[in-house]
Ligand binder design. Sequence first.
Ligand code: SF4
Length: 221
Amino acid sequence: MELSPFLSVDTPITFRDHPGVMSAVLYTNFHLCNLNCYQCHNRHHFKEKPKYLNWRELSEKLSMFKALGVELVIVSGGEPTLEEKIEEGLKFIKEYGFPVRLDSNGTDPERLEKLIENRLIDGVALDVKIPLLNEYTPYQLKRFKRVLFSSEDLDDSAVYNYSKKVKLTIELIKRYSLPYTIFRTVEYPLFSEDDKRAIKEGLKSFPHQFNPFYPVEENSV
Ligand code: SF4
């Protein structure tokens, strides 16, 4: 049977992912991402070849969510906007009547806008990974390359390009004011207090949370 874009892994059902709302999480390929963030948990913990749910298995999962009273389906990854069959997958979820929140790194505003225009998502959890500035100092560039790409050996344009795309995504989210939207940032140990202030400052009119950083393993990266 044809495969859906979602992985066959345990589905967390919690009130924590979207505060106060009973949510179930479906994942696209953990390794399909255009960033390589500092100590990305998904990349470290799921090394085996991904196995996908077929459409019948996905249907069974969604029926189970209904029976359990799930109020929101969260689609996370990897980076779900890179998944070829994401539209098809979201349409399938929508047929079960669930609102959907998409977790994204915000680097593809064009694809995200198409999903919003086609009413396939009802919110975005946007990871704002660094302060979104027009100019960065060499010291900031060095640290932010590590945050975004786990390497300092990259052209500065990679950080500027990230910042430009995520700013466009924020503008987009502002325009559509979708109900299930949150902004969040991992409190990476590479940040200074000024970095954290700049992130907060840039998002001051939105709900934003810092999430604690958990190292993936001793002595890694
Ligand atoms: S954007 Fe998310 S999935 Fe991609 S590397 Fe960063 S933490 Fe990992």
